[in-house]
Write a protein that binds this ligand. Structure first.
Ligand code: GLA
Length: 387
């Protein structure tokens, strides 16, 4: 992380002058609870020690300049003119946040900004929320806007909905903004109540394996899943008026409505109800230090994402199948929105090196793709760093 921060600050100094504000904004992992957030259910994410570093400084010139170190692309735009979508994919996350801050009444002058990251885009570690939060947090500090973290994370989410066009839930922005070192966060996405649980798997450790597969299905199918869940709610409201989201539905209500729902929508709703139960079961198992049960829940969750919610892909399924055959593995599942990205694996500490070796070989042999393993730790939410 310190290398990344140094690189971003130095680039800022070379291109512009001394940055006035520098921040680090983390990506996130998610132990369990996928696609439950926009159904107002439960999730168990954590901020990680990898993410996006942002350096920023205000000025009174006619153009804002934003430079992406990783893409080596510079965007120049006058933020005091109506903002338009950019051809640079990353720029829409940045402009989306500027747009939301302005809509929330902030007066901003043009500024210079340099950012770079150490999480690959599309890896399921939420580089997008890290970027949104990093920009929002940095601008809030730079211009003394006075927004609290809760407001900022909501603005990040709105930026993604309105400027990027993905109707994401709240999990990524929430965990990247509110995360705590060495703690997993159980978040109730309806009340936004949250509590922390120490990330301590005893003799076992989390290993992330990046499939290096990123399907462009991810954002379109994401919105389709969301629409299917909303359809389920609309149909079930005919029989149960109290239902406002799938959070309010249990299996007996779902089964009462089974004949009114299409087979696909029924399956999607069942997945969400069961995934919420898995979050609660995982937290109990973690508290009881019953890591074997934690692992079983991961395998079950993957199978459900594969068959019921249909958000995995052959490469990711291959990774989980291969993991199952390795010694010292308790559980494995795809993490994040779906159709690629990383798997999360719970592996005995003494087996990690051979595990990674075997997984690399097996994955390459079956798919022809190189695997990228990450050893990450759980870190703090967005914070200022010295510039
Ligand atoms: C993406 C979204 C999140 C969440 C996950 C799936 O990361 O941004 O809001 O829905 O997918 O759990």
């Amino acid at each position: 992380m310190s290398e990344l921060i140094h690189q971003v600050n130095t680039t800022f100094k070379t291109r512009f002058s001394d940055p006035q504000v520098s921040v680090f904004s983390p990506g996130r992992l998610n132990f369990i609870g996928e696609h439950t957030d926009y159904n107002l259910g439960f999730v168990l994410p954590a901020a990680i020690d990898k993410g996006i570093a942002v350096a920023i400084g205000a000025h009174s010139e006619a153009k804002t300049r934003i430079y992406s170190v990783d893409m080596d692309e510079l965007l120049e735009v006058d933020i005091n003119q109506p903002l338009e979508k950019s051809d640079f994919g990353w720029a829409n996350y940045v402009l989306g946040v500027v747009d939301q801050l302005q809509k929330a009444g902030s007066q901003l002058t043009n500024f210079n900004c340099v950012f770079g990251g150490d999480i690959p885009i599309g890896s399921g570690l939420s580089s997008s929320a890290a970027l949104e939060n990093g920009i929002g947090f940095a601008l809030n500090e730079l211009f003394g806007l006075g927004f609290d973290r809760m407001k900022l994370l909501h603005l990040s989410q709105l930026a993604e909905h309105e400027f990027v066009g993905v109707k994401c839930g709240i999990m990524d922005q929430f965990s990247s903004m509110m995360g705590k070192k060495d703690q997993a966060m159980k978040l109730d996405c309806r009340s936004l109540d949250y509590g922390f649980y120490p990330v301590d798997f005893g003799e076992y450790q989390i290993v992330l394996l990046n499939s290096n597969v990123e399907h462009n299905l991810a954002s379109s199918e994401y919105n389709v899943r969301r629409a299917q869940c909303e359809e389920g709610v609309r149909v079930m409201q005919q029989k149960f008026q109290e239902i406002k989201s799938l959070r309010d539905v249990d299996m007996s209500m779902l089964n009462t409505c089974k004949d009114d729902l299409s087979e696909v929508v029924y399956r999607r709703c069942k997945y969400i109800i069961e995934e919420n139960q898995r979050v609660n079961a995982f937290v109990s198992a973690l508290e009881e230090k019953d890591f074997t049960s934690c692992g079983k829940i991961l395998f079950t969750a993957h199978e459900a994402m594969r068959t019921a919610y249909e958000i995995t892909c052959p490469e990711i399924d291959t990774l989980v199948d291969l993991a199952k055959q390795q010694p010292g593995i308790l559980g494995s599942r795809m993490m994040g929105g779906g159709f690629g990205g990383c798997t999360l694996n719970l592996v005995h500490k003494t087996n990690i090196d051979p595990f990674i070796d075997e997984m690399r070989k097996g994955y390459k042999a079956k798919t022809g793709i190189e695997l990228s393993p990450y050893r990450i730790s759980v870190g703090d939410g967005v914070h200022r760093i010295s510039s």
